[in-house]
Design a binder for this molecule. Structure first.
Ligand code: CAO
Length: 457
């Protein structure tokens, strides 16, 4: 007859630790050694394996519960064949070897208590909590559990580090296909799954509470800041709310990479100053030259003047050149669009830029003036910085971030010469643009800005 037995938390080397994963439910069949729950102390994650095979009748812990040695994890109806083994209070390494030998039937009690893993087994690997490469070991962690998991049957086969990594990304590890030996799930498999989910809009079934672009995220922390000191509440502006929602979506759904390049604008700057002196009614900033250089680069690399369609399977190449300019206003960031920049000269662009940024700051921009952009430029050059990661303005596929030009010594083959270098930070959607193409685009852009004659062609 099958016995109902208690699977208990063994000695875990700490007082109370939270349950961060429950891998079983009532009715599940578990094999001996199959992980029941995962615990996470501040030093390590540990999986608690089943001490015997059987059928889970009742799960007694839930996510977030704090458990200690002796906490009841589950009631398991033990297979008849295993009943004898399960009755053992502690199966030492030696005793485990003896598992194969015939066992005496349990003395009598209908319900027996069995630590999920005996404490006198040799301590094994535990994994620091969080995002750590597989194989890393927390030197100070001293868990008695064997945290190297070999999962039977169809259950996912992954180390605690990889499980922790998947959990961190909100990925249900059961959905990930392992490419390692015997189907073991590797870190790259989890990353590849996330990339695929983002591209296809797939929705994981992980137990988290918010979902963005196929990723389940933890809820935002609720904190009573007043507990720690004086505070003041200030509602976000309407612009901040709208741009915040767009930025969050773009950051979560677009696999961003930012490429950095310096442009030598020494000659350009001399010319800009001359142009400004001749046109005192206009503010001719480096930005208008950047707009012209971007248009030339978009012509040279049409993949940058493109958008993915909704299905994510088709690229729409644009034959027009409308450039969005990020404008900082007291109410937040807006991106008005300068149209047909390929057909306009530097002075016309300077005048339009002045008008449109004034309109933005006076809150007079209409929706039509903020739509239809092909590529955006976010210039912080008037403020400072040496580089940053601008967020791609979807459905565009790239954005140029510009920071402050600075005079630096550059080796000219004979000596160091003072040159004015402009830092360019090109963020791009890696689904559409490869790193090599981005590097070529950035070099082209820098060449255009470095050679004023090319720019004016
Ligand atoms: N390096 C050195 N100096 C620069 C520069 C650069 N890359 N870019 C501009 N400058 C200089 C200008 O020449 C100007 O100097 P003068 O007053 O001596 O002529 C000064 O800095 C101020 O320029 P500006 O910022 O007023 O003008 P702009 O054409 O460069 O930019 C605008 C216009 C609207 C883009 C800008 O005012 C702005 O709002 N930038 C912020 C964009 C932003 O917030 N981006 C972040 C988005 S993510 O949150």
């Amino acid at each position: 007859m099958a016995d109902l037995k208690e699977a208990l938390v063994p000695d875990i080397g700490s007082d109370k630790v939270p349950v961060i994963e429950v891998m079983i439910k009532a009715g599940d069949r578990v094999e001996k050694e199959q992980s029941l729950i995962t615990l996470e102390s501040d030093k390590a994650t540990m999986e608690v394996p089943a001490p015997f095979a059987g059928t889970v009748r009742e799960v007694k812990v839930k996510l977030g519960d704090e458990v200690a040695e002796g906490t009841l994890i589950a009631m398991i109806e033990v297979d008849e064949a295993d009943a004898g083994n399960a009755a053992k209070p502690a199966a030492s390494a030696k005793a485990e070897e003896d598992d194969a030998k015939p066992q005496a039937p349990p003395a009598s009690p209908a319900v027996e208590k069995t630590p999920a893993r005996p404490t006198d087994r040799p301590a094994a690997r535990a994994v620091p909590a969080g995002n750590v490469p597989e194989g890393d070991v927390a030197p100070s962690a001293r868990p008695p559990l064997d945290a190297t998991v070999v999962m039977p049957g169809d259950a996912p086969y992954a180390s605690p580090a990889i499980r922790a990594f998947a959990r961190e990304l909100g990925v249900d590890i059961a959905q990930v296909k392992g490419s390692g030996r015997s189907g073991r799930i590797q870190r790259d498999d989890v990353s590849a799954w996330v990339k695929h989910a983002l591209a296809s809009g797939a929705r994981p079934t992980g137990g988290a509470s918010a979902s963005v672009g196929g990723l389940s995220l933890l809820p935002w922390p609720k904190i009573d800041f007043a507990k720690y000191g004086e505070i003041e509440e200030k509602p976000l502006s309407r612009i901040q709310k709208i741009s915040g929602a767009n930025l969050s979506r773009n950051w979560a759904m677009i696999p961003h990479v930012t490429h950095h390049e310096d442009a030598d604008i020494t000659e350009l700057e001399a010319f800009r100053k001359q142009l400004g002196a001749e046109n005192k009614d206009l503010k001719v900033t480096p930005l208008v030259f950047q707009i012209k250089a971007v248009v030339a680069a978009l012509k040279q690399f049409p993949q940058f003047n493109a958008s993915l369609d909704e299905s994510g399977e088709k690229l729409i190449l644009k034959k027009y050149f409308h450039i969005g300019i990020a404008v900082d206003t007291p109410d937040g960031l807006v991106v008005p669009v300068l149209r047909d920049c390929d057909k306009k000269g530097l002075l016309e662009l300077a005048r339009e830029l002045g008008e449109i940024s004034k309109k933005a700051r006076d809150k007079k921009l209409g929706p039509a003036e903020m739509s239809g952009g092909c590529f955006s430029i976010s210039s912080l050059g008037g403020i400072g910085g040496t580089g940053f990661t601008p967020i791609v303005n979807a459905p565009e596929v790239a954005i140029l971030g510009v920071t402050k030009a600075a005079m630096k010594p550059v080796w000219n083959g004979k000596e160091f010469a003072p040159r004015l270098l402009l830092p360019l930070s090109l963020s791009y959607d890696h689904r559409v643009i490869d790193g090599a193409l981005a590097a070529r685009f950035a070099v082209f852009l820098a060449t255009q800005l470095g050679d004023i004659r090319r720019l004016l062609l």
